[in-house]
Design a protein around this ligand. Structure first.
Ligand code: CTP
Ligand code: CA
Length: 222
């Protein structure tokens, strides 16, 4: 098959990815989450393995099997995700943040189930750490890749996030289009500009992203 001739673009590289949503507990039976399926992150993990990388997949709650060859670290909250990422980081060449991390969590999680009769019906929130920005700001940061799903002004928001978080590469997609489905339309943003890819299945897009990031990684080392 063709796979036999595919060059191992990430041979010898260690890749850490986040994928899926996070779950921020309100009480023992309730929480704040989102509709991320994890499909793009898992497809990317598979593509990295196929390219010869060692892969650690820090995953929020999803209904997907572990990609063969990956080590999955299951987490729920953003704080747990951050701890798992930092623990996996030593020796990492590439960090890819694909997870839809909750921007806020309940300021406190109730020990017992909150009753309908509770007097306080408001929910106090506190900001979560930005895992990707934190990793990218480390003195010995790996090559960091971000994702941005936007419902409008993709170019502006995507390039803004890439600059703010100091990322060499960011993958943007317009939602309404991608979330939950098997296909996606994405644009890659890097120092050279924007690179739109034709609409394709997530597995195929993942392959393109790996090829692109491997080239940037090699160029950086050279
Ligand atoms: N990200 C992260 N930790 C967070 C929030 C986001 O690691 N607490 C990562 C995501 O995994 C993604 C990128 O940052 O790779 C962009 O996430 P996004 O939610 O689009 O950007 P935000 O900076 O949170 O901005 P906003 O939600 O306001 O659009
Ligand atoms: Ca966000």
């Amino acid at each position: 098959t063709l796979a036999f001739f595919t060059p191992k673009q990430l041979a010898g590289r260690k890749v850490v990815l986040t994928a899926g949503p996070t779950f921020e507990a309100i009480d023992p039976v309730r929480g704040i989450t989102n509709s991320s399926s994890g499909k793009m992150g898992y497809a990317l993990a598979r593509a990295c393995i196929r390219a010869g990388a060692e892969v650690i997949l820090v995953s929020g709650p999803v209904a997907l099997p572990v990609p063969p060859g990956a080590r999955r670290v299951p987490v729920a909250s953003a704080l747990q995700m951050r701890d798992a990422v930092l623990a996996a980081l030593p020796g990492t060449d590439v960090f890819i943040g694909v997870a839809a991390v909750a921007d806020y969590r309940p300021a406190e999680s109730a020990e017992h189930k909150i009753k309908k009769s509770a007097v306080d019906r408001s929910l106090a929130l506190t900001p979560n750490p930005d895992i990707l920005a934190e990793v990218a700001a480390l003195p010995d940061a790996p090559f960091c890749v971000g994702f941005a799903a936007e419902s409008r002004d993709l170019d502006t928001y995507a390039e803004g996030k890439r600059r703010n978080k100091k990322l060499p590469l960011l993958v943007g997609n317009l939602v309404g289009d991608g979330l939950g489905g098997d296909d996606n339309t994405i644009i890659l943003y890097d120092d050279a500009g924007r690179h739109p890819l034709p609409r394709a299945p997530k597995a195929e897009l993942a392959q393109h992203i790996v090829t692109h990031l491997a080239a940037l990684l090699d160029a950086r080392a050279a």
